[in-house]
Design a protein around this ligand. Structure first.
Ligand SMILES: Nc1ncnc2c1ncn2[C@@H]1O[C@H](COP(=O)(O)OP(=O)(O)OP(=O)(O)O)[C@@H](O)[C@H]1O
Ligand SMILES: [Mg+2]
Length: 345
């Protein structure tokens, strides 16, 4: 069982969801249900398994159900039907005190509008979660100082949110979420309000932190480049339904339908696709005369770096793992096919 298990979640918005639920269960879509019942389908039979330590991205057009899904994970809303567990524990069965403790201790949240407390300085914002948990001042300020430093804001402890740029405010948001050492970070469009360069810095920062911390991160975005950059896996929602879940390369190489393909069309495939996903796996070893060291790549080498080699020599490129063991080969045509826009097949 995975760390977070979401099983057959339906969310119907409206005063009398049961009739709409039955329609959704029998296969009617969002548009039809709205026309027949006046109820809005937020989520339609969504099941997902999220592993401990992975960065899991949820994507989809506006109104597809991304926020609705993440709000189920902290129980800001409850499903019309379905089950959700964290570490085997059914979170829908938690009573209010248990739920409050669960949110405080095990979840960290970062949202698009930074949600900082305007009358508290950076230090007191970052220490806020610990203060609520009853941590004494010295301890919480030591911890907060460490996180303020970690997100690059040392020296700003006494500034107030309105004295900081958007990027800095979001760093405070991240430090605040991490200060309580949560198991899970929920991030809803956390970087979407930032300028492109600042946004890219924050993505970098998050990836650096994650390489050390190995939190379970559920990250919502409508930006595919962001999703591909930070996601270990990506789920794509449409009209409340899950249309595809997969690793970034799987989504690009094998989009489940036209909707997913429309998302992936403008992706820079050369920067996203890697040797391991296009190579022909091999089991044999290389004989001495074939061992041209110039035609060697690693499994994680991106296509942009493979293409010049593929064009320079007719020899197949060899993919070697960390122990220099041959694990696959790549021919020129495979590189060209993978870089072209139509899905490879
Ligand atoms: N509280 C609510 N009451 C009624 N309908 C709602 C409510 N919250 C969401 N919905 C509906 O549920 C659907 C999914 O909304 P949701 O906010 O989850 O979309 P989203 O993918 O987060 O979109 P965006 O990218 O615009 O943030 C939409 O049709 C929306 O109108
Ligand atoms: Mg949303």
């Amino acid at each position: 069982m995975s760390y977070i298990e979401i099983r057959n979640i339906f969310k119907i918005f409206g005063p009398n969801p049961q009739a709409a639920l039955e329609l959704a269960k029998s296969g009617s879509d969002k548009e039809e249900i709205l026309a027949k019942t006046g109820h809005t389908v937020g989520l339609d039979d969504v099941s997902l398994s999220i592993e401990q330590g992975e960065t899991f991205v949820i994507m989809g057009l506006s109104g597809s159900g991304k926020s609705t899904l993440i709000r189920h994970l902290n129980r800001l809303i409850d499903p019309t039907a379905g089950e959700i567990s964290f570490g085997g524990e059914n979170i829908l069965a938690m009573d209010i005190p248990t739920l409050n403790a669960f949110r405080r201790k095990r979840l960290g949240m970062v949202f698009q509008r930074f949600g900082l407390l305007p009358h508290r300085n950076v230090m007191d914002n970052v220490a806020y979660g610990l203060e609520i948990q009853g941590t004494d001042r010295k301890t919480r300020e030591d911890i907060a100082r460490k996180w303020i430093e970690r997100v690059g804001l040392a020296g700003y402890e006494n500034k107030f949110p309105d004295q900081l740029s958007g990027g800095m405010q979001q760093r405070v948001g991240l430090a605040r979420a991490l200060a309580t050492d949560p198991e899970v970070l929920l991030m809803d469009e956390a970087f979407s309000a930032l300028d492109p360069l600042i946004r890219s810095d924050m993505q970098e920062e998050l990836m650096k932190l994650q390489a050390e911390l190995h939190k379970t991160i559920v990250f919502i975005t409508h930006d595919l480049d962001e999703a591909l950059r930070i996601g270990d896996r990506i789920a794509i929602l449409k009209d409340g339904k899950l249309v595809q879940v997969g690793r970034p390369e799987e989504i690009i190489l094998n989009p489940a339908d036209d909707y997913v393909q429309a998302f992936t069309r403008d992706v820079n495939r050369g920067k996203v696709l890697r040797a391991k996903s296009i190579m022909e796996p091999t089991t044999g070893t290389i004989s001495g005369d074939q061992a041209d060291t110039s035609q060697v790549v690693r499994p994680d080498t991106v296509l942009d770096d493979i293409l010049p080699m593929a064009l320079a020599s007719d020899q197949a490129i060899r993919v070697l793992d960390r122990n220099d063991k041959l694990i696959g080969t790549i021919k020129r045509q495979q590189v060209i096919t993978a870089l072209s826009h139509s899905p490879a097949n």
